[in-house]
Design a protein around this ligand. Structure first.
Ligand code: NAD
Length: 500
């Protein structure tokens, strides 16, 4: 073998070795050199074997999408080597740290984004333990005269994930649990107005994961996210799959990227209240769902349609339970503050768009804009509106709930359907009539449909089920879980291993 060929083989071998984390030492050496036995992997060998020194010591926080993807790919290969035990450790670390740091991380997210409610920001981080992890993945087996077949849920590699401003650290944390439980690594492009807190959490997770497993960059983040870094992430060949959590623009951008995209898109959840439900229970549920984190949740109650003859009772119960009703003049003042109206393109209709200054703000701030002082601690405002009001039609993300009277169940369901805008996200009904419940479920065809409870019950918070902060609506995967981030692979043993 010529010296050139021998050197080439050695260099290529070293490159491959670096990528694989050192297990293939023997094959990387030229045939003439005796191969040392591979070292037992106790964590320290991982550090030596990693390829690019520029990726060391960053603990997941990178300046560019390309660096982050390279680091995540390396971490994915390490995780592959270290197996299920390392996945379990990552899950445990993320869940433990999210809960332990709920107070300081909730606070830094609140201070950075200035939206939502501090106690609810803290509460959301305490819920990450409810996100399903490694145990969610069970292979499917088939057994018969021709042997046995196993279908396993296997990783893709590196997932690119986009997170919203409305729950930055909670979404990121739940995504890491799901994505890494399935054996993948992840690179985040956070919302620019919630990126510093996200990077703080990513660094803390990686430091702990590195200490416990030797894997340094299993969850990476672009420190200063921009539209350019989003595009670079989408273009990077190492990204096998996208997960986007956000509004219509990012869903559209992800779907046009050419990558497979799992999209947790926008919602505008309607509530329908009929005359068979318990109005007190309905009022309490509506308040607790719509007021949670100042109505930032995509699943949160955004508009209520109620049968005319029970509307007064429902509103009375809402007032008795702490919500404050605006009169029509107050509603008009708040509407002028909370929306801007641009002339429609060609149609002549003024189109309402949200004034970001009021998104996720406390009810007392909205009340001031309405010209009203409300008692401290007021969680929710409400007002009677018509069905075309901007508070009904827009995903307003404010603790101000429009209440619309309807004459019949059919009208209530039809207006609920129209106001949901075909997002197929979430709808809620308060009813004890199974025919009404069934009719609404069929008509709205939403991913989540909650009966007789607050919207968070749909995510296992007071209802049965598991939690995720990414609910894949337009692409249909539903409430994301580890299986969402897997490839199904089939292994077939012909004519053997069936043992009876
Ligand atoms: P947003 O759409 O403004 O931003 C979400 C993310 O997308 C951010 O990281 C942002 O930087 C990015 N982004 C926005 N436009 C983009 C574009 N054109 N190209 C590339 N990236 C882009 O949303 P937000 O205000 O942060 O969050 C609220 C929205 O997210 C609401 O519509 C809500 O319903 C939705 N949401 C959905 C879920 C779900 O599980 N389905 C969960 C949370 C929030």
């Amino acid at each position: 073998m010529s010296a050139v060929n021998e050197n080439l083989i050695r260099d290529v071998g070293a490159e491959v070795l670096g990528r694989l984390g050192g297990t293939a030492t023997a094959t990387a050496k030229p045939a003439s050199a005796p191969a040392p036995a591979p070292k037992a992997d106790c964590g320290s060998s991982v550090k030596k074997s990693l390829a690019n020194p520029a990726l060391r010591g960053k603990f997941g926080v990178f300046a560019t999408a390309d660096e982050a993807c390279e680091a995540a790919q390396e971490a994915f290969l390490q995780l592959q080597q270290k197996g299920i035990a390392a996945r379990r450790k990552i899950e445990e670390i993320v869940k433990t740290l999210a809960e332990r740091n709920a107070e300081p991380w909730g606070r830094i997210e609140f201070e950075e984004t200035k939206i939502g409610s501090l106690p609810h920001k803290i509460a959301k981080l305490g819920l990450i333990k409810l996100v399903p992890g490694v145990d969610w993945l069970r292979p499917d087996a088939m057994s018969g005269d021709h042997g046995i077949t196993l279908e396993e849920y296997t990783p893709f590699g590196v997932v690119g994930a986009i997170t919203p401003s409305t729950h930055s650290i909670p979404t990121l944390s739940g995504n890491i649990v799901n994505i890494c439980a399935a054996g993948n690594a992840v690179v985040f492009n956070a919302h620019p107005s919630a990126a510093k807190c996200a990077a703080t959490a990513v660094r803390a997770y990686n430091e702990a994961i590195y200490r416990e497993t030797g894997i340094e960059n299993i969850a990476c983040i672009i420190e200063k996210p921009t539209l350019d870094s989003f595009n670079a992430l989408c273009k990077n060949e190492l990204i096998r799959l996208l997960l986007v959590t956000g509004g219509p623009a990012v869903v559209k951008a992800a779907m046009q990227s050419g990558k497979r995209a799992i999209c947790a898109g926008p919602g505008n959840p309607p509530v329908f209240v009929d005359d068979t439900c318990c109005p007190t229970r309905a009022a309490k549920a509506i308040i607790s769902g719509a007021a949670f984190d100042n109505n930032l949740l995509c699943i949160g109650e955004k508009q209520v349609f109620v049968l005319d003859h029970v509307a007064d009772k429902l509103m009375q119960r809402m007032a008795e339970n702490g919500a404050v009703k605006l009169n029509s003049a107050q509603l008009e003042r708040l509407t002028k503050a909370a929306f801007t109206f641009k002339e429609g393109q060609g149609g002549g209709c003024a189109h309402a768009s949200l004034n970001k200054d009021y998104i996720g703000k406390d009810a007392d701030i909205l009340a001031q804009a309405a010209g009203l002082n409300v008692p401290g601690g007021t969680q929710l405002l409400f007002a009677e509106t018509d069905a075309n009001h901007p508070f009904v039609q827009e995903e307003q993300m404010m603790p101000m709930l429009p209440i619309v009277r309807v004459k019949s169940v059919e009208e209530g369901i039809a207006l609920s359907l129209q106001s949901e805008h075909n997002y197929k996200h979430t709808a809620i009904i308060h009813s004890h009539d199974v025919e009404n419940i069934t009719a609404m479920a069929r008509a709205l065809d939403t991913t989540l449909f909650v009966k007789n409870g607050p919207s968070p019950a749909g995510l296992g918070l007071g209802g049965e089920g598991y939690l995720s902060f990414s609910i894949a609506t337009p692409t249909g995967e539903g409430i994301t879980n580890p299986r969402t981030f897997t490839r199904v692979r089939r292994c077939v043993m012909v004519d053997n291993l069936r043992i009876y």
